[in-house]
Design a protein around this ligand. Structure first.
Ligand SMILES: *[C@@H]1O[C@H](CO)[C@@H](O)[C@H](O)[C@H]1NC(C)=O
Length: 299
């Protein structure tokens, strides 16, 4: 036990002491000056073969579900990996140096973008993000993003509604003859620190890679369900109670003359209550607003 620990300590020490800044510098000048690495070249030695790009999606949280605009906003990051045939080296020639971090604009990267995005197309990631490069050419790029996607939100069964939303990524300019998107994870990876949303719960997720008429895409699907308790406690329960109150009209003796006043009071409480409530309902199918109108104009 002791000896293995000692060995690990020494091997770490050895690597640490042997790699110097000059190793990194000579590697960088080998790659970028001698080999003149060009970010415009699709990094395949065989340019007739497509480049395989693997995408997985880590969800950090649901930011917004907008029924009016039919928009889902999620926050998360993509893990995009591929093999760059032109960024390889022999670690032994650089004292065991086997990895590098390079700014994302210094390497070729696929033009992955949202297919069903809500706003205009944007480049993923940002200048300060660095990609991880291994000596074998394996590259990992992790752009963090707020994704705004179109989603068909039908609140017919409000507040017990459930929605299925897709987040689709494609290589925007290339056909599947040049770039093939794949997905090895079996769904959206929910981050350990997933921020729970007050109103929505993620019930399931899945991922599939699709291939349609020379367009290769990866589709992440997320199923969200509204947490109904808030709506039940604040809307449905008070309405039932008011309706029950209305029934007690018949308990009031007819000859006291209080029946009419009582009924009108309860109806007016309905109207006032629904005015307050209608602000917190999804606006697309606001049936309560309709009822409220009927109530107000019929009383
Ligand atoms: C290049 O890729 C194409 C398509 O996959 C394949 O048909 C061809 O044999 C490859 N060429 C070489 C030299 O490997």
């Amino acid at each position: 036990m002791k000896s293995t620990q000692l060995w690990i300590f020494f091997s770490l020490f050895r690597i640490a002491i042997l790699q110097s800044n000059t190793d990194v510098q000579s590697l960088l000048s080998q790659l970028f000056t001698t080999n003149s690495y060009n970010t415009l070249i699709r990094p395949n030695t065989n340019q007739s073969a497509p480049k395989e790009i693997d995408i997985s999606f880590n969800l950090y949280g649901i930011t917004d579900v907008d029924e009016i605009e039919q928009k889902l906003t999620t926050t998360g990051w993509l893990v995009i990996t591929w093999k760059d045939d032109l960024l390889t080296w022999t670690p032994a020639s650089y004292n065991g140096l086997n990895k590098l971090y390079l700014p994302q604009d210094n390497v070729w990267k696929p033009d992955v973008s949202l297919q069903n995005g809500f706003s205009e197309l944007e480049e993923l990631g940002s200048k300060f993000i660095q990609v991880y490069v291994q000596s074998s050419g394996y590259i990992m790029w992790r752009p963090f993003q707020v994704f705004e996607t179109k989603c068909n939100l039908d609140s017919k069964y409000f507040p017990f509604d459930e929605h299925k939303c897709h987040i689709i990524f494609v290589s925007w300019s290339h056909s599947s003859e040049e770039i093939v998107l794949t997905q090895t994870s079996n769904g959206i990876e929910l981050s350990d620190e997933l921020e729970s949303h007050g109103e929505w719960k993620i019930t399931s997720s899945s991922a599939t890679s699709e291939f349609k008429s020379l367009v290769s895409s990866v589709k992440f699907t997320i199923v969200i369900k509204r947490k109904p308790l808030y709506m039940i406690m604040n809307i449905i329960l008070p309405i039932i109670l008011l309706a029950l109150l209305e029934l007690f009209t018949f308990k009031i003796p007819a000859d006291t003359g209080e029946r009419l006043g009582y009924t009108i009071t309860v109806w007016l409480s309905f109207a006032v209550f629904l005015t307050i409530v209608s602000d917190s309902l999804p606006k697309v199918r606001n049936q309560f607003q309709l009822y409220q109108h009927i109530l107000l104009y019929n009383c």
